[in-house]
Design a protein around this ligand. Structure first.
Ligand code: ZN
Length: 383
């Protein structure tokens, strides 16, 4: 499939289904924030998908920090931030992927104590419960935390979140595990140190189940990180990687073949090489697709349709997620609703099932989640 073949997908059932909320300002994140409440697609139509029991596979804890919380923490912890002091609506405004990464870093600067992490965890689990999330594998980026706060007690911060998830998760019916991001920006040595730390956190029973690779993909290709990935895998951790977001299909291939990534974050640019699409399909490697993120970071350019339907048609296992929901002014439900507005409710039920299958949950838990999904989708078909 050529790189441009998904630009003009035909209407489905007579409906032009590749429309975006606020499409006139797709690349204008600040305006998107202001227009959040006026999103042009019909959220009422998503009432069905809102009730779907969901598995969340691509969500960064730091990206779930509400703008209000970020501003309060900045004040409380003495972080001098133009974002925190400017207009609320512009707190998370950015227009490039690099600016987005810098915003993410600013959020991390404000997280300085275990109670800060516990607060964010409490907010996350409440928001997730309201969206029928039943199981989540949450990214955390300890190497970014300690870049800004070298003396931070990572163990205590993860333990504080784990305690929140144990109590609130039990009460609300959600299990949350952690995947430690190795954050490629800091180079291989630091990635290796973070992988070692992830293994220690896992062995301490704090709920870490894997490592991931996020950050500046364009300047830090995945193949460099073979050693930390091999180390983590040898120690029994799962491995995932962001790829094909800010670099091309070769990055996705290397994440699979060199790093052994079991899932790919985004991967949208895999579509530039049919052989990489076939590799994903043949190996059953799921893509964690985050439509609003992909649009706002420019991973899917403003004049192109999102490739989720093309991947699905090619037999690639697609899942839906929100990436950094608060930073992108979206929610998991909103991402499901957006995809439902393109492809219909049946497709999002199928993608919800893909997320269960592609998760690292036990076979027993997967079966239980499948049962809940089947029950919910059966109820959905009853008027
Ligand atoms: Zn991500």
């Amino acid at each position: 499939m050529s790189p441009t073949s998904y630009r003009t997908a035909p209407p489905r059932d007579g409906v032009a289904y590749y429309t975006w909320p606020g499409s006139e300002c797709q690349a204008q994140v600040a305006r998107t924030h202001l227009q959040r409440a006026e999103a042009s697609f019909d959220m009422a139509a998503s009432a069905l998908v809102r009730r779907l029991p969901k598995v969340q596979l691509h969500c960064h804890l730091e990206g779930t920090v509400r703008a209000e919380t970020f501003r309060e923490l900045a004040q409380l912890r003495g972080v001098d931030s133009a974002r925190a002091n400017g207009p609320l609506a512009a707190t998370y405004a950015f227009t490039t992927f690099r600016e987005f990464l810098l915003t993410f870093a600013e959020v991390c600067k404000t997280l300085q104590r275990p109670e800060d992490y516990a607060r964010v965890a409490r907010d996350y689990v409440a928001a997730a419960a309201a969206q029928s999330v039943r199981y989540a594998e949450m990214f955390i980026s300890p190497s970014v935390w300690t870049f800004f706060h070298p003396d931070l007690d990572v163990h205590a911060c993860v333990a504080a979140m784990r305690d929140v998830f144990a109590v609130e998760g039990e009460r609300l019916g959600i299990d949350v595990a952690f995947i430690c991001d190795l954050t490629r920006n800091f180079g291989v040595e630091r990635a290796l140190a973070t992988a070692r730390s992830a293994v220690e956190l896992a062995q301490a029973g704090l709920g870490v189940i894997g490592v991931g690779l996020g950050g500046d993909e364009a300047n830090h290709p995945p193949a460099r990180y073979a050693e930390p990935f091999a180390f983590a895998r040898a120690q029994g951790l799962h491995t995932v990687a962001h790829a094909g977001e800010a670099a091309g299909a070769d990055s996705v291939r290397d994440a699979i073949e060199v790093l052994g990534a079991e899932r790919i974050g985004h991967g949208v640019r895999a579509l530039e090489d049919p052989a990489v699409v076939a590799l994903l399909a043949d190996r059953g490697i799921a893509l964690e697709l985050c439509p609003t993120s992909n649009r706002l970071t420019g991973a899917v350019p403003a004049d192109e349709v999102h490739p989720i339907a093309a991947f699905d048609a090619a037999g690639v296992r697609c899942t839906i997620d929100a990436d950094d929901p608060e930073l992108f002014s979206t929610t998991l439900d909103q991402e499901y609703a957006l995809v439902a507005s393109w492809l219909g409710d049946d497709a999002v039920v199928r993608f919800a099932g893909n997320a269960i299958d592609a998760s690292f949950a036990s076979a027993e838990r997967k079966a239980a989640l499948r049962g809940k999904l089947a029950e919910a989708s059966l109820n959905m078909s009853v008027p």
